[in-house]
Design a binder for this molecule. Structure first.
Ligand code: AR6
Length: 169
């Protein structure tokens, strides 16, 4: 049984086996959660991302997929990078957002991670409306077949926390 929990604040301050990064397909950093994770995680995280780009992920990480690196100086063992979809008002991409959660948990299982912290993927730069993103994220985690014991959604502000709380109950 996976327990869903919530926290408010900066995900880079969390202690967990794995912290999920809302990355982009380059895996080479960006703003938002991605920038914060690379800043606090330090150069080891970027170094491993570069190695992934030089080996298995020459074309980058596809939307909806996930891959792990060290967590560097973060209070975690791994960062699981996933690429959320950019929100579209004309095309339903929710299967890709669900896939981010499912794939991140699949990777967590291969690592033996038991606690995994997720940000609200795609709800920043990628423009996904918070209520809908919370619905998709929570449904995907609840439906996942995983040995992860705790999935913690770490929401940056009070509003996002409220929206996720309404879903998690
Ligand atoms: N801790 C927790 N949540 C955060 C933090 C933090 N430190 N910083 C921002 N958020 P975003 P995306 C929230 O933009 O929409 C990057 O440039 C934020 O308020 O980080 O998936 C990547 O490189 C929002 O609710 O991710 C990609 O290019 C949520 O985290 C692109 O942004 C996600 O916002 C990915 O966009």
């Amino acid at each position: 049984m996976t327990t869903l929990t919530l926290a408010q604040g900066d995900i880079t301050r969390e202690r967990a086996d794995a912290i999920v990064n809302a990355a982009n397909s380059s895996l080479l950093g960006g703003g938002g959660v991605d920038g914060a994770i690379h800043r606090r995680g330090g150069p080891e995280v970027l170094q491993e991302c570069r190695r992934l780009r030089a080996s298995r992920y020459g074309k980058g990480l596809a939307t909806g997929q996930a891959v792990a690196t060290t967590a560097g100086r973060l209070d975690a063992r791994w960062v699981i990078h996933t690429v959320g979809p950019v929100f579209s008002a004309t095309e339903d991409r929710s299967h890709l957002l669900a896939s981010c959660h499912r794939e991140a948990l699949r990777v967590a299982d291969t690592l033996g991670a038991r606690t995994v912290a997720f940000p609200a993927i795609s709800t920043g730069v990628y423009g996904w409306p918070l209520e809908d993103a919370a619905r998709v994220a929570v449904e995907a985690v609840r439906a996942a077949d995983t040995a992860v014991e705790e999935v913690r959604f770490v929401l940056f502000d009070a509003r996002a926390h409220e929206v996720f709380a309404a879903r998690v109950g």
